[in-house]
Write a protein that binds this ligand. Structure first.
Ligand code: SF4
Ligand code: SF4
Length: 296
């Protein structure tokens, strides 16, 4: 049994062809710019949409735990008393409340994946396991990957690489492609912006490459964090030195802001990088001998 927070069908940005992307809940990092903040907590949680809410307070009156209160037009959810009974979700007339995170068995997830087999065959696509950080649920992920490979389905794992090397190499046995985030090459800035050192991440990238696994490095380009010429050059040189050939630049976008607000978090805000900045980052990485694409 594992905790899933979304399954997206017909995804075209998470590896080759048409794919089904399965999002596993829980992440050991806390990247400021996270575009899936609902995937960070490894527990299920209640999310409220201010835009949809009509402030009828039906939810507050229905909650037997007294977990909901309104102040300044915002709904506050007491996570200590909320037992995720979903009563408020059911009574809300405008679908402004949602429980994020659903327990599913391997068989249930595979059933969802199987619905799209025809698209995988025609487009040379497959399944991508993402998150959160899918390696946070290593046994569940391993069983899912194994079940996919037994059916001949192409598998990709979208990971931050922040996990034990043993776990990473074990799931590598059933992983055709790693989409591997290298967020910030400067360790001090990495710690400040993700909450952890990048030492393990860089070490694991070397291990995967040494093991002959196919890897595409994903580099989120975040203005003011990792878009300096020197940082990009150092990142390119490192990736090149460990014999990984492909880098995918993911320019920052604002998709995570609204979701963070709905989770009562303070969202990180900056403007997306300009076209000129993205082009210049691409050129700098290409100078390191890398094959660089932009966008997922
Ligand atoms: S899920 Fe249940 S306990 Fe939690 S806030 Fe809603 S009604 Fe209250
Ligand atoms: S029941 Fe729904 S619409 Fe009404 S106050 Fe609660 S969240 Fe808002």
């Amino acid at each position: 049994m594992g905790l899933i927070f979304d399954i997206k069908r017909y995804a075209v940005h998470d590896g080759p062809g048409i794919r089904t992307t399965v999002f596993l809940k829980g992440c050991p990092l806390t990247c400021l710019w996270c575009h899936n903040p609902e995937g960070i907590s490894k527990e299920s949680e209640l999310m409220w949409s201010k835009e949809r809410c009509i402030h009828c307070k039906t939810c507050q009156n229905a909650c037997l735990q007294g977990a909901l209160t309104f102040s300044d037009d915002a709904l506050h959810i007491n996570k200590n008393t909320c037992n995720l009974c979903t009563t408020c979700v059911d009574v809300c007339p405008s679908q402004a409340l949602e429980v994020i995170g659903k327990e599913m068995t391997v068989t249930q997830v595979i059933k969802e994946i199987e619905k799209d087999t025809i698209f995988y065959d025609e487009s040379k696509g497959g399944v991508t396991f993402s998150g959160g950080e899918p390696l946070m649920q290593p046994d569940f992920l391993y069983q899912l990957l194994k079940a996919c490979k037994e059916q001949g389905i192409h598998t990709a794992v979208d990971t931050s690489g922040y996990s034990s090397s043993d776990v990473l190499l074990k799931i590598g046995a059933y992983t055709d492609l790693f989409l591997y985030d290298v967020k910030v090459i400067n360790d001090r800035i990495h710690k400040e912006t993700t909450g952890a050192s990048n030492n393990l991440i860089l070490k694991n990238l070397k291990e995967l490459s040494r093991a002959g696994k196919e890897v595409i490095v994903r580099f989120p380009l975040i203005p003011g964090v990792n878009d300096g010429e020197k940082d990009i050059g150092e990142l390119g040189e490192f990736v090149s030195s460990v014999n990984v050939k492909k880098v995918n630049i993911l320019p920052y976008h604002k998709a995570g802001i609204e979701k963070a607000k709905r989770l009562n978090q303070n969202p990180f805000m900056c403007e997306p990088p300009s076209h000129t900045r993205v082009t210049s980052a691409k050129k700098r990485l290409e100078e390191c001998g890398l094959n660089v694409t932009v966008g997922g």
